[in-house]
Write a protein that binds this ligand. Structure first.
Ligand SMILES: [Zn+2]
Length: 200
């Protein structure tokens, strides 16, 4: 009997970046500015080991505002991968919105374009996925996509999402203090029913 527990490959944890995985210091426009919260690489590694895809879903309007190029964003994400690698952690996909908020695109969260792109690319079963984010816009995009949303309280933006929930304007599946805690909750949700009971 194998004790290895894994979820099917059409399940993903969709993860916001700034304020969720790393400190949100305004715009991150260089690799040095991306500083991960404690325990993030290990938590991502746990999701990797579980067999869930880990997919970044991130608004990067710094590109549309002219603060950063797409090439620099790629360098930032290479630096992030280098921070994750020593812990055996990896990001499986990155979907970003480069547009200015006034461009009226359909991919900037709270719009659902990025989640749809990820779902198409990886053939995701969205209702069995999770999205983790610190902002109301993350949770709104999740809700519109039928993905259970987890709010993390690692930035000041989470207050706005909690207020919207309390007014009945936003549905949140779970509130976690940090990304690490959100992963513990997601792990228990995902592995529910997957465990084989021990032989008598
Ligand atoms: Zn966009």
């Amino acid at each position: 009997m194998s004790l290895h527990v894994s979820v099917s490959s059409d399940i993903a944890v969709l993860v916001d970046r700034d304020g969720t995985l790393n400190y949100d210091s305004g715009y991150v426009t260089s690799p040095e500015q991306l500083v991960l919260f404690p325990g993030v690489p290990e938590a991502i590694a746990r999701l990797n080991q579980l067999g869930a895809l880990v997919i970044l879903i991130t608004n990067q309007s710094a590109i549309g505002r002219g603060f950063m190029t797409v090439e620099t964003l790629a360098e930032i994400h290479e630096a992030m991968a280098a921070l994750l690698r020593p812990c055996g952690a990896r990001i499986d996909g990155i979907f970003f919105c480069p547009h200015h908020p006034q461009d009226g695109c359909d991919c900037r969260k709270p719009n659902v374009g990025l989640i749809q792109q990820a779902a198409e690319h990886f053939s995701l079963d969205l209702k069995r996925c999770f999205l983790v984010g610190d902002k109301r816009s993350d949770l709104e995009a999740a809700q519109k996509s039928g993905v259970p949303g987890v709010l993390v309280k690692t930035s000041s933006y989470s207050e706005d999402a909690l207020k919207a929930r309390d007014k009945g304007q936003l549905s949140i599946a779970h509130v976690a203090a940090t990304f690490v805690e959100s992963v513990s909750w997601i792990e228990s949700e995902m592995t529910r029913g997957l465990h084989v009971p021990p032989s008598p």
